[in-house]
Design a protein around this ligand. Structure first.
Ligand code: GDP
Length: 828
């Protein structure tokens, strides 16, 4: 039995009692008194070999619990012997057991409540078992006492050892027999140890539960339980502590901020967005509609707010009827391309202005006023529907009357129809100017009948729309046209209050090299005065000076008067509304708020806009073929100037669309954008960084560098009109980075360089780049390798370079080496 268990034999003898010396693997040697071989005793497994120690502990205390059934003398004797032999061990074991118990208890206590309960149950069970065993032990002891008067103390531990294994013994099927068997064993083998074993066994069991299968089970269960508890706590708190909040929702909000305002976890908000098909990180901005959806999903109340309270300082009071005074009408000329819009506008301006003003118009500002029988008329000199609609789109309804120009020798064409649609949509009355009446092919009646199909019934066709036959070339009918406009204006009874702070609309704006940002503003109500502080779109300023349509300085401008305004802090956009405010602080605050709001909106739109959408938008206007471009410049001013110049290129059939403009080096994202739209990238005094260059090469995106705006504009113009001639093209042959800068007598500052790409050539042109921005362009004064002047230095080699007439070189600057050659122009 013991052999089969790999243990030292217990050496069972016959029914007669005997001593067996048992050695344990960890060095204990114990004598076991064996009195009977009636039943097999399972020798403890290695793990169980520790059992004696725990067993021993309780043993000491057992004697006191001896039942009365045992003779006292015998009892005492046995006990003494035992104590003498095992006192120390017992004490240790007890201590260990207690420690273990304590630790176990501590661990258990830390576990979830349910786990604790479970443990208690277990312990109770254990206690019960122990009790039962104790009982059994007593019986055994009694039996033993009878059978063997003086058991050797040494025998106890041996008995104790097998004991723990007893319960686990495979041989024992039912609890009752087990107990009986054990009882018998113990009764025979040892006396009071059973008591000790009982306690010891308890400890062992505890240890086993805590340590082996028990602990594993506990750990897993504990984890699960903890998790459940946590989830329950969380879920419960969501349910229980749910506070329905009024969530202030601006037009755009960052995901994290949204979560914050709802007092929800960011992760939950992100998750919720995800389930709604919106992939957004916590730093992304989402629009109010999306946010509203999420807020409702979380069960909070949405309170839509705008931070636009800052705008409240803008005077919005309605004018009283008695304050209103007549104002000139504002007229926009529309029509199909080449039907003579520009010619008509020019003819009117020249006829009228030249008559009164020697020298005519000196300053073209995108709008002008003429006088017709004492009444002033304001013409917007921005033909084209885009201007009209973009103004409307930006909330500036400036036009009072539309003059629809239709060529008498032509028909009603797509853009004529479009113009009609625009005028009708804006509910602006129309006057039809049948132009080119001087031409032999002119057939004004055909135009009139054509117009019928588009529900424009002219007076000659018994309708209400005035029609005038004109010739921009001969000047025929222009007076009549002006009269018709004046009449229409009279019917409209246009009025405004000139005696209040001004509001106006930006007709056009640009960055003027000498004067800074300038905007042509059409005053709509009130009077704009020099020195007025205003906010216009995302910009603000103080009217430093104003010039009228004739280029004259004016101190103030009343309703319907177009003026060019100087003193802005930035360039506004056409259609932006100008409002005069009281203080600079207010103006700045509003402008900043708008800028931020616009940025947020763009960011929100950007997050939701796919590339496909972007392309679709770009292509929405079918009539106009677009040439998309991406512009990067060294400073904001250049970027703005280029974008403005770009916007002016093209007619109604072709236009340049600046997909993106910005300041700084050309980056990979610029290349990505350009590639998606098939656009070239224009760098103005900036360069593509290395990854962008590689990416451009890979994707076949053309990058063009310029240092003169005119050249850039000219190229785009040529490209837009499909007229590309040969040009001087630069080819970059190498790059070198400056490692050190030395001062050399007689030469000046010399750059110690490493050629990083291509070759450095003495004869080539060079540019000095700092952070990918061109800061100098010129030629090399010297190219040295060691001490010698060399014509060329290849990549990977070091060299010394000095610029002709330029000294401001610094370490980490990059020198770009290029050659110029004549090549065929190829714009994307
Ligand atoms: P827009 O594209 O509508 O602005 O048209 P333009 O004003 O540029 O005119 C297109 C062409 O028609 C130009 O060549 C003008 O010279 C010509 N044109 C415009 N008005 C008249 C006119 O009354 N009579 C004649 N014969 N030609 C005109």
């Amino acid at each position: 039995m013991s052999d089969s268990d790999g243990k030292k034999p217990l050496g069972l003898k016959g029914a007669r009692p005997g001593n067996v010396k048992q050695s344990f693997s960890h060095g204990h040697t114990k004598n076991v008194v064996v009195e009977t071989k009636r039943k097999r005793v399972v020798v403890p497994k290695p793990g169980a070999a520790n059992a004696p120690a725990p067993n021993a502990a309780p043993r000491a205390s057992d004697p006191s619990k001896r039942p009365a059934g045992i003779s006292d003398a015998e009892m005492e004797r046995r006990m003494k012997a035992l104590q003498a032999a095992k006192e120390q061990e017992v004490a240790d074991a007890k201590h260990r057991a207690e420690e273990e118990k304590k630790r176990e208890a501590e661990r258990e206590r830390r576990r979830a409540e349910a786990e604790a309960k479970e443990r208690e149950d277990r312990e109770r069970e254990e206690a019960l078992k122990a009790k039962a065993e104790e009982e059994a032990a007593k019986k055994r002891a009694a039996e033993e006492a009878k059978n063997k008067p003086a058991p050797q103390p040494a025998a106890d531990p041996a008995a104790a050892a097998p004991a723990p294994s007893g319960p686990r013994g495979g041989g024992r099927a039912a609890p009752t027999p087990v107990r009986r068997d054990r009882d018998e064993d113990r009764n025979k083998g040892k006396g009071r140890q059973d008591d000790g074993r009982r306690s010891g066994k308890l400890t062992v069991n505890q240890a086993l539960r805590g340590g082996e299968g028990g602990r594993q089970k506990s750990m897993a269960a504990m984890k699960r339980k903890q998790e459940r508890a946590r989830q329950k706590a969380m879920g419960g708190s969501v349910e229980r502590e749910k506070v329905i909040r009024d969530v202030q929702l601006p037009e755009a909000i960052m995901v994290s901020e949204l979560a914050n305002r709802m007092s929800e976890r960011v992760a939950d908000v992100v998750k919720s967005l995800m389930t709604n098909g919106i992939m957004a990180t916590q730093t992304q901005t989402i629009d109010a509609d999306t946010a509203e959806l999420i807020i409702e999903e979380f069960g909070h109340n949405v309170v839509r707010v705008s931070d636009s309270d800052v705008e409240d300082v803008i005077e919005t009071t309605e004018d009283k009827a008695e304050d209103l005074e007549p104002r000139p009408p504002v007229i926009t000329v529309m029509g199909h391309v080449d039907h003579g819009k520009t010619s008509v506008l020019d003819a009117i301006r020249n006829a009228r202005v030249v008559a009164g003003e020697a020298g005519g118009i000196t300053q073209h500002i995108g709008a002008y006023q003429v006088e017709q029988s004492g009444q002033k008329l304001t013409f917007l000199d921005t033909p084209g529907h885009a201007a009209f609609t973009s103004m409307r789109a930006r909330g500036a309804q400036v036009t009072d009357i539309v003059v629809l120009v239709v060529a008498a020798d032509d028909a009603v064409l797509p853009q004529t129809i479009e113009a009609i649609a625009h005028a009708k949509a804006a509910e602006v009355p129309m006057i039809v100017a049948i132009n080119k009446i001087d031409l032999p092919a002119a057939n004004p009646d055909k135009v009139r009948t054509d117009l019928l199909q588009h529900e424009v019934i002219v007076e000659k066709m018994s309708g209400e729309v005035q029609d005038v036959e004109v010739s921009a070339i001969s000047g025929q009918g222009l007076d009549e046209l002006l009269e018709a406009i004046a009449l229409q204006a009279e019917i409209l009874e246009l009025k405004a209050n000139p005696n209040r702070s001004a509001t106006g609309a930006v007709i056009e704006a640009q960055l003027d090299v000498g004067r800074g940002p300038v905007a042509t503003v059409l005053v709509q109500t009130g009077t704009l005065k020099q020195g007025d502080i205003f906010v216009v779109g995302e910009q603000w300023g103080r009217v430093r000076a104003m010039e009228n349509d004739q280029g004259k300085r004016v101190k103030e401008a009343g309703p319907s008067v177009p003026v060019e305004v100087l003193g802005l802090n930035g360039t506004p956009e056409a259609g932006d509304v100008l409002n005069v405010v009281e203080t600079e602080a207010q103006a700045r605050e509003i402008a900043e708020y708008r800028e931020k709001a616009a940025k947020d909106k763009r960011a929100a739109a950007g997050a939701a806009t796919t590339l496909e959408q972007l392309m679709a938008n770009a292509k929405a206007d079918e009539n106009v073929s677009e040439m998309p471009i991406v512009v990067k410049a060294d400073v904001q001013g250049s970027a703005e100037a280029i974008v403005q110049a770009m916007e002016k290129i093209g007619n109604e059939e072709v236009r340049v669309r600046v997909l993106h403009s910005g300041v700084g080096a050309i980056t990979e994202s610029d290349i990505g954008l350009a590639e998606a739209s098939g656009a070239p990238v224009f760098g103005f005094n900036v360069r593509a960084n290395a990854p962008a260059r590689n990416s451009a090469n890979q994707k076949g995106v053309e990058i063009r560098y310029y240092s003169v705006i005119y050249d850039l504009v000219d190229d785009v113009k040529q490209a837009a009109s499909g007229l590309l001639s040969a040009e001087i093209k630069e080819t970059f042959i190498g790059y070198a980075s400056i490692k050190e800068v030395f001062k050399v007598t007689g030469v000046g500052r010399v750059a110690g360089c490493l050629v990083t790409e291509g070759v450095a050539r003495r004869s080539a042109g060079v540019r000095l780049l700092r952070d990918n921005v061109v800061i100098h362009e010129g030629t090399l004064k010297t190219l040295k390798r060691f001490k010698d002047e060399v014509p060329e230095v290849i990549s990977g080699q070091e060299c010394g370079m000095a610029f002709e007439n330029y000294e401001d070189i610094r370490p980490d600057d990059v020198i770009e080496i290029f050659t110029r050659e004549e090549v065929e122009r190829t714009l994307a």
